[in-house]
Structures are given as C-alpha cells and as structure tokens.
Write a protein that binds this ligand. Structure first.
Ligand code: ADP
Ligand code: MG
Length: 294
C-alpha cells in the first residue's frame, strides 16, 4: 500500500546507497533515535496520539532529518542521507494518518534549524492541498502540534503577501511585541474563518505555509521561493490532475533551493503520476527550476 521512491531499485553497489530504516514502533522512539523535539512529542501526546499508524511508522524514520551533528556513518546506519533527505512518495488510504506523517518531520526541521542556524522565521515548508477546507484542517492540526514551540504555520489567503525572496523580514508593526515567540498566534486561528481578505500590505511571516495551488500560484506569478526546502503535495494525485497541474508545477518551479525535497502523499497513485514526478525531477535545470510540462 505504501511505496517509497527508490527503495526497491537501489542496488547495494551504488555509491550513495539509501538504506531504509526499520519502521517505528512508537512515537517515543523518535526522541532517542531521531532527537525529535520534546515539545513536539508532548504536543503529540496531548492530542492523544500514542501509536503511529502504518503510514507514519514507515514515513517518519525516513522523513525526519537527522541532527546536523550526525555523522555520515551514523546516518547510513539509520538509513538516511546526512543532510537533505530524499524525494518521497507515499501511498496510503484515506484516514490512514498521512497528515502527521508529513507534519511531524517539517515541524521538527523548523525547530532544529531555529535552534542551530538562525532564529529568524524562514519560509521552509510549503504544503499544497487541493481545497481550502483541507488547507484549513491541516493548518489547524499544525497549530496543535506547534503549540509552545514558536513554530508558525499559516494558511495562504487571498491578497496575502509573502516576504520578498521568501525571506522573513522584520516587521515592526505586526504582532511583534504583543506575543511571545513561544506562544501560538491565537488571532491567526480566528482568521481562518475570514480567509477571504487580508488587508495588510505587510508580508506575512511563517515557517510553514499551507495553500491551495490557486492561492499561492496567483501570488507567485514569476516570484521564486528560494528558502523552501520541503514541498509537500498532499492528495498528490489530485494536484497532478490537469485542473491543478499548471499551478502545482508553477509552485514547484518557484522552489529553487537546491536542497528542495519533494514529498508527495496520496490515497491513490497511478504509474503515470510516478512517471510525471520523476520526469519533472529529471527536468530541473541548473537553477533547480522545474521546466513545466504545460
Ligand atoms: P489521511 O490524510 O491519510 O486521510 P488524516 O491524516 O486526515 O488521514 O488522519 C485521519 C484521522 O486519524 C485524523 O482524525 C487523525 O487525527 C487521526 N490520527 C492520525 N494519526 C493518528 C495516530 N497515530 N493515532 C491516533 N489517531 C491518529
Ligand atoms: Mg489527508
């Protein structure tokens, strides 16, 4: 039911072989072996999540990036690449818990980067879903998991602007002093209902952005998103259908960071989807842009 791209085709002789780790047994394992943030672990427990589902058991050990400090050997033992991770395709039925399978790793990535590299908000992850309803659900789920972590997950809204070059600017007037970095922005939660209009011209800072293809596509035009390192396509089979394809590829194309990793989750995944994705991956030019098919 679940497929990991590259897994069966990697030959032992390959220099950069990818060994897949054993599936997890429990979320608590993630703290010891994967240095999952204890706050994230607490938030999972608070939500009543104790035993990972099958798709989570398989995905989390592959998708959670190892600590920066991890050696190449240790990474190989754990079955992952030391830095960037891999492109990933997971197929699992509706209701099987795919949301946590992609949210936990990206939230952990943000926490790790902010602990080790810079505390600034840098748009690191884009989660693309076909509908606003799904975007709202995922944003809400993300808010629960990022409670008391300082990680900010927002939903793209019509008229919303992102900081130039995807870089998070300091915004003196916006929400800077009134809330601590560690508390979730509760006003954002209520915004979800009034997602039609965003009046401010100031760019929205976020670590993780949830969007439909249309909402972000309209904003992007020819802009790029150079800081984004994880692009998640949720309901990937739908996003790669004709009606969403152009805008989905536009977003993918704007993610020009060489470390970008694509993570595609879907309930169904025909061979043509896999082919389309690998074609797109092989088509990225020198600047790591996807050359759109359409
Ligand atoms: P999918 O995207 O695969 O259709 P979801 O991510 O929407 O599935 O999850 C379906 C339901 O399962 C949600 O209500 C979610 O809260 C619940 N769920 C996910 N993971 C777990 C878990 N490990 N333990 C208990 N419930 C879970
Ligand atoms: Mg889902």
């Amino acid at each position: 039911k679940k497929k990991k791209k590259d897994a069966p085709t990697v030959k032992p002789k390959d220099a950069k072989k990818i060994l897949f780790p054993q599936p997890l047994v429990s979320f608590t394992q993630l703290r010891a072996a994967w240095k999952l943030s204890p706050r994230l672990e607490d938030n999972l427990a608070d939500q009543g999540y104790r035993i990972p589902t099958e798709v989570q058991l398989g995905s989390l050990p592959v998708l959670i990036r190892p600590e920066k400090a991890i050696s190449t050997t240790a990474a190989a033992e754990l079955g992952i690449e030391p830095e960037d991770g891999i492109h990933f395709l997971a197929v699992a039925p509706t209701g099987s818990g795919k949301t946590l399978a992609f949210l936990i790793p990206v939230i952990n990535d943000v926490l790790r980067r902010r602990a080790e590299i810079t505390k600034d908000r840098v748009l690191e992850t884009i989660i693309v879903v076909p509908t606003r309803e799904l975007a709202e659900q995922i944003t809400n789920e993300g808010r629960k998991l990022t409670k008391n972590t300082g990680v900010k997950i927002v939903m793209m809204k019509r008229g919303m602007r992102l900081p130039a070059e995807g870089r998070m600017e300091s915004e003196d007037n916006e929400e800077s002093n009134s809330e601590s970095e560690d508390s979730n922005d509760s006003s954002d939660g209520s915004d979800l209902d009034a997602n039609e209009q965003v009046k401010e011209a100031t760019p929205t800072r976020a670590d993780i952005l949830v969007t439909t293809p249309l909402l972000l596509g309209n904003f992007l035009k020819s802009r790029t998103l150079p800081t984004v390192r994880s692009l998640i396509l949720d309901e990937g089979d739908v996003l790669l259908e004709q009606r969403f394809l152009e805008q989905t590829l536009q977003i993918w194309s704007a993610c020009v960071n060489p470390s970008l990793r694509l993570r595609c989750f879907s309930a169904t995944m025909g061979a043509h989807i896999e082919e389309l994705i690998s074609n797109q991956l092989s088509k990225r030019d020198r600047d790591n842009r996807v050359i759109p098919l359409v």
